[in-house]
Design a protein around this ligand. Structure first.
Ligand code: SF4
Ligand code: SF4
Length: 368
């Protein structure tokens, strides 16, 4: 394989742990959750953060699972600040309190992204599988602002809560978020397991699109709204992770480096560990990172398409999950020969919504 020296990644997604008090049935974590005994230690994470800066990374997103489950989170935030990384904490918030937020802010944390499962307690606690979680998040949102930290409110939307989208947007404004992220469930990992239960109808999606447009107009200049739409109703795919091996590097709790958080689902890859390799060597030389980088690997119709450097052929993990071929054109694209599988999945979900399977370590058990 010929290696072309890639531009440095912009961001590092540091999945510190897969432990989480919640059990969202659309969690982006893999079905095989990593146990705490396999997690990287503090010294290795600090080395990784320092190497990220040397490689040219600008931002670190501390994620999980629930990153606050790591006892050394404060230490890692302080280290990120000391080496000049902009740091974002992606959290469910339920274990945070005023003292811990003040310590994180003092250590140099730059931003918090707080996830909500709904606009109200009943739906939120049910989807998160955590009683009292929604009320806790409301309290924590005020503590985040009191600690002087900028706040993004993240709402994952699906069939069960899309009707409350206007309330979610209002809640984001009410709690002082500077950014609201409305993200439709992405159907990988646990989301794919629960696709039949979570998939919205086309009518729900169209109503949501109108609502987001309205809110964007009303909140312009005050609150930024990010909107992540579901691929299954789309005509063109998204540029997954900004393109394979282009913008983001993902590190799992045990130290595996991935071009995207679902890449471990692809067969035939042996992704390297940061325990044995530097970030620079992985980014520049690993054959797995190089495999779908750029456009040379693309089949038709992508190869001769004028969008090939816009969406980079879509998502490799979705292509594999739905066609069995990771190098296929993403079926989200209307030009894909496999595009019909998307409409078939939407129709199947409408005809037979399945019970939810909650994200838990060990056997996945349907919850009715
Ligand atoms: S999606 Fe839910 S279960 Fe998964 S890490 Fe986030 S809060 Fe935890
Ligand atoms: S053919 Fe390929 S590059 Fe063109 S829009 Fe579809 S997925 Fe994107």
């Amino acid at each position: 394989m010929t290696f072309v020296t890639p531009e440095p990644p912009m961001a590092l997604l540091a999945e510190l742990t897969h432990r989480c008090p919640l059990a969202c049935p659309y969690c982006a974590n893999p079905l095989e959750l990593e146990r705490s005994s396999t997690e990287l230690d503090t010294a290795t994470w600090k080395r990784v953060l320092s190497e990220a800066v040397s490689l040219g990374v600008l931002q670190v997103h501390f994620s999980g699972g629930e990153p606050c489950a790591r006892r050394d989170l404060l230490d890692l935030v302080a280290h990120a600040a000391s080496v000049g990384l902009y740091s974002n904490l992606i959290t469910s918030g339920v274990t945070l309190d005023a003292a811990s937020l003040e310590r994180l802010a003092s250590a140099g944390l730059d931003h918090v992204q707080l996830s909500f499962q709904d606009s109200e307690a009943e739906g939120g606690d049910r989807i998160g599988g955590y009683r009292g979680g929604h009320a806790r998040k409301l309290a924590v949102s005020a503590l985040i602002r009191a600690a002087g930290l900028p706040l993004t409110a993240n709402f994952v939307v699906h069939r069960h809560n899309l009707a409350r989208l206007p309330d979610m947007l209002a809640l984001g404004e009410q709690i002082g978020a500077s950014r609201i992220e409305i993200a439709h469930v992405q159907y990988y990992g646990w989301g794919l397991v629960n696709r039949a239960s979570l998939m919205p109808s086309l009518a729900q999606l169209e109503t949501a699109n109108v609502e987001v447009d309205r809110a964007r107009r009303e909140l312009a200049g005050r609150i930024t709204i990010d909107y992540v739409v579901p691929d299954y109703h789309a005509a063109r795919p998204k540029a997954c992770m900004g393109g394979w091996g282009r913008r983001i590097m993902n590190i799992t709790p045990s130290g595996k480096a991935l071009p995207c958080h679902a890449a471990e689902t692809l067969p035939g890859f042996d992704f390297p560990s940061v325990r044995e390799h530097s970030l620079a060597a992985i980014w520049r030389e690993d054959t797995g990172f190089a495999r779908f980088r750029g456009t040379a690997w693309m089949p038709e119709p992508c190869q001769s398409c004028d969008r090939r450097e816009i969406d980079w052929g879509g998502c490799r993990c979705q292509a594999f999950a739905l066609t069995g071929d990771a190098a296929a054109t993403d079926p989200a694209c209307v030009l894909s020969p496999d595009h019909a599988v998307m409409a078939a999945a939407v129709a199947a979900a409408a005809a037979d919504p399945a019970p939810l399977v909650y994200r838990r370590i060990g056997a996945a058990v349907p919850v009715t």
